[in-house]
Each structure stands twice: as C-alpha cells, then as structure tokens.
Design a protein around this ligand. Structure first.
Ligand SMILES: NC(=O)c1ccc[n+]([C@@H]2O[C@H](COP(=O)([O-])OP(=O)(O)OC[C@H]3O[C@@H](n4cnc5c(N)ncnc54)[C@H](O)[C@@H]3O)[C@@H](O)[C@H]2O)c1
Length: 410
C-alpha cells in the first residue's frame, strides 16, 4: 500500500468536474491526506486555470495543461478523474490507462458499447483500475431502498416498478418551437451518444440493476417529440439529433416487470415519482431517483422516510456502515441530505487506488448500466423488444453504428 499521496490529475474542467473538485476539497477539509491534485487539463485554458487556483486553496497549485498528451508526456499521474464530453471518454481513458494511470471516468462509460468495451479491455491489458463515476446509488435514499427491497425483504417478493418523469418547458411558448437552451455536444448524437435517457438514464439503470439484478428485455419508444430548433453560438439554429422522450417497458431476470417514462416534451402538469411494488407493499419516492423512500404495507400502513432510514442504519454492522458511510466523512449518516454521493464516489476511487482493492463500480458495472439504456435506442430502431445481453455483447448495434463509424470504432 503506497504511503505517499496518490498523484491525481483532473481531465476536463467543466460543470461536473467542478462538483468533483468540490468533493476533493471537502475530503481535504475532513483531513483526508491520501491524495494531491497535481495537474488539471482542459483545452479551455481559462477553466483549467480557475480550477488550479481553486485547488491551490487547499493544496499545492496543480500544473495546468491544455492537452492530455503533454500532461502524460511530462509525468504521468498515478490516477486521473475524467469528466470530458462522452465522445472523448474512450480515447482519454485508454491513453491514461496505457500511460499507467488508474482511471475514474464519468458515466456513461463510453459513447457506445464498443467504446466502453475498448476501455474495459485497456484496463485488463494494463492491469490498472477503471472505475465508473456513479453517485446515485451511494445516496442514503437508494441505499435504504435496496435494503428494504432485498436484505430486509420488507415488501415481500418484488414484482413491479414504475418510474415516470414527465414535464415540459415553462420558459418558452410551445408555438415558438425553439428551445430556450443552446445547442451543445449533448444535443448531438455523435458527441453525446444519446440525449437524457442515455446521459442521465444510466444513473437510474444502475439503481434498477442494484435493486433487481439483470434486465432481460427492453421494448421502447425513443424520439425528439418537441422537434424544436436549438440556438447555435453563431446565431443560427439546429434540430437536436438525440431524443427528448422515452417510454420503455423492462423485464428483469428475477421476474420483475416495469415501465419507465422520461420526457421533456409533456407541457402542463409534470409528474416525477418512482415506485417499487412487492407481494406485501411498496416503496415510493417522489423525484427521478428514490431519494426519499417511504414504505407502505398492503393495508395502507406507512413507514415514513425518517423511520425507514433509522431502521436501515440500525440494521448495519460496523464494517458495512464504515463501507457505505465512512465515519471520517459522514459521522452522522442519518442527517445526510443533498448530494453526498460524489464525495463517496471519489473517496472510493482513491481508496481503490491506494489499497489495490476494486472500486464499488468498475468499468463492467458502467457497461451494464449503459447497455440497459442503449437497448432503448436499439429497440426503437428495430421496432421490437431487444435482449439487453445482445446489446451488451455488441450483437445488436444499429443505432450505434453511425457513432462508432464517426470515431473509428468499426
Ligand atoms: N454524475 C452526474 O450527475 C453528472 C452530471 C453532469 C455531467 N456528468 C458527466 O460529466 C461529463 C462532463 O459533463 P459536463 O456537464 O461537465 O460537461 P461540460 O461541457 O460542462 O464539461 C466538459 C469539459 O470537458 C472539456 N474538454 C473537452 N475536450 C477535452 C479534452 N480533449 N481534454 C480535456 N478536457 C476536455 C471541455 O472544455 C469542458 O470544460 C460527462 O460524462 C457527463 O455525462 C455527470
């Protein structure tokens, strides 16, 4: 186990990277001295400089780079934290792994299944850690939900789930047919890989896998229902080439069946909830994710959120509690609210690098969640239900072929 701090580089200094940087800063404030941020890298040098200045508030000032090649050539770090746009995930991660660095990479693992598989192969070839940055299951709400559904069996045998996140834009009149948001890499199929159901959907797919195990089949509609024009930086407009809506039906290997709707094209009354039913009751939460689960028995009796959390925490042995909520970070997990997941995620990665143990979510875990949402697109294109195992193995890839071709993955 190395006694010197892990030398860490941040690759990408955009929106999500800032949340990672704050999480590393919080670890330092809590006395975690197992790492140093030695480099930051972004072609937008002003952002990288800003990151270096922020990191210098709690450590040595990191070296600033505009490109990854120069960073890896100078002195490869022990580990990197990658938050680039999706189409750069695989080239960035593979270059870092081949330079000997361990990699934590934001979800979705790769822009396509092929990209993701190449990253996993590179990790296997180099013997380095590839961890998927996935914070949602680490929140106390999803942890307690998993306990209620599986370990404690509080709702009996799980049988059904429903998730609906539907709403419309409230800032522009629908007849304007123009998005209030600018067109970015996220709205382009080749750079984003897909819209929200790909980008954000992997979080919920991971939660479902965590609760119920493998998804067997998916049958989905995916489309750009708003059909808006999106503003370009030069003043022009462009249609997005990703979806704004998805309506999906899923079956799980353990027999659970459910539906999952996500849309930004449903003006009027929005609905946001997720619910899991078993033979004896349900666990319900408002929101996209089960952040505030509430148990209800078959006879209507309710176990409210606070009581459920209390019972969950009381059920944990000392070792498990330390693993889920390390005392050095969160001495009072019952009081947790808000986003503590990223801090847990980067801490898990640093500990994996430092001790040589696997991270909770490796590259394969990222691929598994990605295959579920990729199956939505593949099902829509084929007009048929698809087996997630076929998508994961690369046997079904009609939606992804254009992206693979664009990035030399075919
Ligand atoms: N876990 C979450 O909740 C969550 C939330 C938002 C985004 N994300 C993920 O984080 C990643 C980044 O998303 P974002 O919202 O921060 O995007 P962003 O556009 O805000 O930031 C991306 C940054 O990468 C930089 N970049 C571009 N090319 C680069 C290169 N070759 N080398 C280094 N940096 C480069 C850009 O200049 C930009 O600063 C994506 O994978 C996204 O899915 C995760």
């Amino acid at each position: 186990m190395p006694s010197t701090p892990v030398r860490l580089a941040l690759i990408g200094c955009g929106g999500m990277a800032r949340i990672h940087l704050n999480a590393y800063g919080s670890l330092k404030q809590k006395g975690i001295q197992t790492f140093e941020i030695t480099a930051v890298c972004d072609p937008a040098l002003d952002r990288a400089e800003q990151f270096a200045a922020l990191a210098a508030e709690w450590g040595d000032r990191p070296t600033v780079y505009a490109d990854l090649e120069a960073l890896l050539r100078d002195r490869p770090p022990d580990a990197v934290d990658v938050t680039t746009p999706h189409h750069l995930h695989h080239t960035t991660a593979i270059a870092c792994l081949e330079a000997g660095a361990h990699v934590l990479i934001e979800k979705p693992l790769g822009v396509t299944i092929r990209a993701a598989r190449r990253m996993i192969e590179a990790a296997q070839r180099t013997g380095r850690t590839l961890a998927t940055a996935e914070q949602v299951r680490r929140w106390i709400g999803p942890r307690a939900t998993r306990w209620a559904l599986q370990e404690a069996g509080l709702i009996g045998a799980p049988r059904l789930f429903f998730a609906q996140n539907s709403g419309g834009d409230r800032h522009a009149h629908p007849d304007e047919r123009r998005s209030p948001l600018p067109f970015t890499w996220r709205q382009d199929k080749l750079t984003g890989g897909g819209g929200f159901i790909f980008d954000g959907g992997v979080h919920y797919a991971d939660v479902l896998l965590y609760f119920f195990g493998d998804v067997e089949t998916v049958y989905a509609f995916v489309g750009d229902v708003n059909a808006w024009e999106w503003p370009l930086p030069d003043g022009g407009t462009r249609r997005i080439s990703v979806e704004d809506t998805c309506v999906a039906h899923l079956t799980f290997a353990d027999g659970v069946v459910g539906t999952w709707t996500w849309t930004g094209a449903a003006p009027g009354r929005g609905i946001n909830y997720t619910v899991y039913h078993g033979s004896h009751g349900s666990v319900y939460s408002e929101g996209i994710y089960p952040t505030h689960p509430e148990l209800q028995w078959w006879n209507g009796e309710v176990v409210p959120y606070e009581e459920l959390i209390r019972r969950f925490l009381a059920s944990l042995g000392a070792e498990e509690r330390e693993c889920l909520f390390p005392a050095a970070l969160f001495p009072d997990p019952a009081s947790l609210s808000g986003d503590h997941g990223v801090e847990l995620e980067v801490y898990d990665f640093l500990e994996a690098v430092r001790t040589g143990r696997p991270p909770e979510l490796d590259g394969f875990a990222g691929l598994r969640a990605q295959a579920v949402v990729t199956a939505f697109f593949e099902s829509h294109i084929s007009g048929q239900p698809v087996r997630v195992a076929d998508v994961l193995a690369g046997r079904v890839d009609a939606y992804q072929r254009e992206i693979d071709a664009a990035w030399g993955l075919r």
